[in-house]
Design a protein around this ligand. Structure first.
Ligand SMILES: NC(=O)c1ccc[n+]([C@@H]2O[C@H](COP(=O)([O-])OP(=O)(O)OC[C@H]3O[C@@H](n4cnc5c(N)ncnc54)[C@H](O)[C@@H]3O)[C@@H](O)[C@H]2O)c1
Length: 321
């Protein structure tokens, strides 16, 4: 019987799906040393974002045929190395879209309404002073800039236009005009989006092109009253420069779900910066979404093991499928 390893705490429904097709090694600790020891004879891996799947790790697992990511981004898998070794990389691009978009909206609310700060001040006994010390902003009529108008970017646009009457402007060089929703204004360059946004949210994948792209060059275009949201990937943003901007009041605030180093060091510049809200890469970790994503990722493995084509093969082209 083929062996499948699961490196994350996952739903029992997903484990039951996997058990239909193989022997399941359940390793919810996510510990790299244990993982390296256990993958020697596995055929498939159900993988979250905590382990970097390097070529060296692939070489420890000569029988490995499938890496199935429970999520959209596959940047913690060396896809080129996997393709060279004939390993199929699967992901679940649609299963977490709405959930990640909802979390993005929650981050927008948390930072622009100063919720974390106000909660802390109220608990310190500063009820009377905190409420007028540092005022939040209305979202109604504000301009939301979206960089990366894919699945999640589109959902964030829809929710913010519908719920908050925001104006939405976008930059995404890779899409057709036909996918841009009515009322959304598309720019062919990124500068106007950085300049005009009251809130700017990033929804691009982490690639060689986007890594560290949100740096001084574009961040310095933003209004000092603006907010930056990142629920995409940490390494897209120059975090040191952003921390400096927050300290120097060059930007009103930032709310992130992701950071370059996860978990970040407690003395990380950004964690120590004012007006910064962070969640622990948990945008897609709702009760419903964790089950949905794990089941879809598990089904992809079962499809492969039973000789069917899995639905979302990330390296389909590389594998000539
Ligand atoms: N925080 C989380 O838990 C979480 C959950 C889901 C997804 N994500 C991240 O969000 C990213 C986006 O997810 P998605 O499902 O919307 O992906 P998607 O592929 O549907 O959309 C990404 C969009 O970015 C655009 N893009 C690519 N390069 C660009 C660039 N240089 N400038 C502007 N636009 C560019 C693409 O054309 C595409 O439309 C994922 O790659 C993943 O890294 C994070």
């Amino acid at each position: 019987m083929k062996k499948v390893i699961v490196n994350e705490k996952t739903s029992s429904v997903a484990l039951d799906i996997l058990k239909q097709a193989g022997e399941v090694v359940y390793m919810p600790s996510g510990d790299l040393t244990e993982f390296t020891r256990l993958i020697k004879d596995v055929t498939a891996v159900l993988l979250d974002t905590t382990i970097e799947f390097t070529p060296e790790l692939m070489d420890v697992a000569p029988l490995l045929k499938v890496i199935s990511r429970t999520g959209t981004g596959v940047d913690n898998v060396d896809v080129e190395a996997a393709t060279k070794r004939g390993i199929m990389v699967l992901h679940t691009p649609d299963a977490n879209t709405v959930t990640a978009a909802e979390h993005t909206v929650a981050l927008i609310g948390a930072i622009t309404k100063h919720l974390v700060f106000l909660d802390a001040e109220t608990r310190k006994g500063n009820f009377k002073t905190a409420r007028r010390l540092y005022l939040p902003i209305d979202l109604d009529g504000k301009t939301l800039g979206i960089v990366g108008y894919g699945r999640i970017g589109k959902q964030v646009a829809k929710k913010c236009m519908g719920a908050f009457n925001m104006k939405v402007i976008i930059y995404d060089p890779c899409i057709e005009d036909s996918v841009v929703a009515p009322g959304v204004v598309r720019y062919s360059t990124e500068e106007p989006v950085y300049k005009q946004s009251d809130i700017l949210t990033l929804h691009v994948p982490l690639t060689d092109e986007t890594r560290n792209h949100v740096n001084e060059k574009v961040l310095s275009l933003m209004k000092p009253s603006a907010y930056l949201i990142n629920a995409a990937r940490g390494s897209i943003v120059d975090e040191k420069y952003l921390a400096w901007m927050l300290k120097e009041n060059k930007l009103a605030g930032a709310a992130f779900d992701v950071m370059t180093n996860e978990p970040p060091r407690l003395d990380d510049d950004l964690l120590l910066a004012p007006h910064f809200v962070i969640s622990p890469h948990s945008a897609a970790l709702t009760t419903e979404c964790t089950v949905r994503v794990a089941c879809e990722a598990a089904q992809g493995i079962v499809d492969y093991l039973e000789g069917r084509h899995p639905r979302s093969i990330f390296n389909r082209e590389g594998l000539n499928m």
